[in-house]
Design a protein around this ligand. Structure first.
Ligand SMILES: Nc1ncnc2c1ncn2[C@@H]1O[C@H](COP(=O)(O)OP(=O)(O)O)[C@@H](O)[C@H]1O
Ligand code: SF4
Ligand SMILES: [Mg+2]
Length: 424
């Protein structure tokens, strides 16, 4: 399939209605049982393949100067897969999402969706591609997606209207179907965003994103503005959406390959600073640090035994995902009194904070496979753990910054216990 094919995708197949329970909510979508369609196997062709993506913005420091915000970023998403993206505030997560969707121009690299390079699309083809809705966004604040003066129904239908897809009646049916798929009573279509709850608004914004059957959903902090119970509901909903309906005619295999006869499986990128939210639903995790991918692998294994010192620090600083065997933050920080080494400009991006840095780290390491399907950008992937200080050698928490969290990363547990228990 190429990019042009994606612009003329079939209308979404109807799904059986979930019985409304009143108050605008239909039955909770729940997580599909394992075995209906688990994560895609390693042999499945990627839906999205990003290679060497570099994005820079004009620097404030002087005319003509630019600041690189993403450098040589690569990642893949397979059909039916959820890839989590984590990293501190300012690491480039939102820029990555926007660049993939073509909303932020990129300097170099390729962004292939189902085999076609979106970066090569010019003007009209790019506009048509955007209107075609193969990639859709879900934002942290649903009011960014829902116009306060438009009814929910009109907002959800907007993608179909802009693309001129279907008659009014067909659009109404597609909106009702999308609302049911996110667990809302279709009657909510007549209300304004201000007249429904925050959790319902986020569901409605997801309905808007899925109404025209996208191939890739990019969710930027989709649950950070929600309370604990709504957060869990939305996470479960996203998990359910990437799976084909249990009674669908699509087999997981044919749908994986974007195959004949039905709705192809939705791939998802979920950006979150809350590691426990991702731990419950993502298959893989990509760790960004200052615009570079430092680790990319299966989430349960990466969270269980991170191989990059920065990932290890993130996990150690997040009680909601670390366990009793995890390292402590103090073991992974440079001692406050350690002299700062002068490093060349192309040193490892983490070298100024890394307690394991050596002269080798004066050159940026390229991501290299640590295990099949797991890459790490560190010169000392296999050896840094042998240099860890023992707990007796590190300052006590009261005398150090141990327990504090890298900026923009939630350590606070999120009362998402049900989600945490889902960790594979
Ligand atoms: N339009 C822009 N112009 C200039 N700098 C930007 C722009 N958008 C983002 N940045 C900068 O890029 C860096 C990464 O930002 P962002 O992608 O929003 O990070 P994150 O989502 O991880 O917090 C930040 O330093 C931010 O200030
Ligand atoms: S390459 Fe060196 S500085 Fe960078 S993370 Fe690895 S050990 Fe630390
Ligand atoms: Mg952001």
């Amino acid at each position: 399939m190429n990019v042009a094919d994606l612009q003329d995708r079939p209308a979404p197949a109807a799904t059986p209605p979930a019985g409304p329970t009143g108050g605008g909510e239909a039955a909770s979508p729940g997580v599909a049982s394992p075995g209906v369609a688990g994560p895609p196997g390693p042999g499945v062709e990627p839906l999205l393949s990003v290679r060497g993506l570099t994005v820079s913005f004009r620097a404030r420091s002087g005319p003509g100067r630019r600041t690189a915000v993403l450098r040589d970023v690569s990642l893949t998403v397979r059909p039916g897969e959820i890839v989590g993206v984590i990293g501190e505030t300012g690491s480039g997560k939102t820029t990555l999402a926007r660049a993939i969707a073509g909303l932020t121009p990129s300097d170099a690299g390729t962004i292939e969706l189902a085999g076609g390079d979106i970066r090569q699309l010019r003007r009209r083809a790019r506009r048509d591609f955007r209107r075609g809705g193969a990639i859709r966004f879900v934002f942290q604040d649903p009011l960014r997606a829902l116009d306060p003066d438009l009814t929910i129904g009109r907002s959800v239908a907007e993608g179909l209207t802009v693309a001129g897809r279907g008659t009014r009646e067909e659009q109404r049916a597609a909106v009702a179907d999308a609302l049911r798929r996110v667990g809302l009573d279709p009657a909510i279509a007549d209300r304004l965003p201000g007249a429904i709850s925050g959790g319902q608004r986020q569901r409605a914004s997801i309905a808007r994103a899925i109404v025209d059957n996208p191939r890739l959903l990019i969710c930027d902090e989709p649950v950070s503005a929600l309370d604990g119970s709504n957060r869990n509901l939305i996470l479960r909903l996203l998990d359910a959406l990437r799976r084909p309906a249990a009674d669908s005619a699509d087999s997981a295999d044919s749908a994986d390959s974007g195959g004949a006869g039905g709705r192809a499986r939705l791939g998802m990128i979920i950006i979150s600073h809350d590691l426990s939210s991702l731990a419950g639903i993502a298959d893989r995790v990509v760790v960004l640090y200052r615009g570079r991918v430092v680790e990319d692998g299966p989430i349960a294994e990466v969270f269980g035994r991170p191989r990059h010192p920065y990932t290890a620090l993130l996990i150690a600083s997040a009680p909601s995902v670390r366990d009793e065997h995890s390292l402590s933050p103090a073991q992974l920080r440079r001692p406050a009194d350690a002299p700062a080494a002068r490093r060349p400009a192309d040193a490892c991006v983490f070298a100024h904070r890394c307690p394991f840095a050596t002269e080798d780290c004066d050159h940026q390491p390229a991501p290299a496979p640590a295990l099949p399907g797991w890459s790490v950008a560190c010169h000392h992937t296999e050896t840094w753990r042998s240099s860890l200080p023992t707990s007796a050698e590190v300052p006590t928490p009261s005398a150090s910054t141990a327990g504090t969290v890298p900026a923009g990363t939630s350590a606070a547990g999120t009362s998402s216990k049900g989600v945490k228990n889902n960790v594979r």
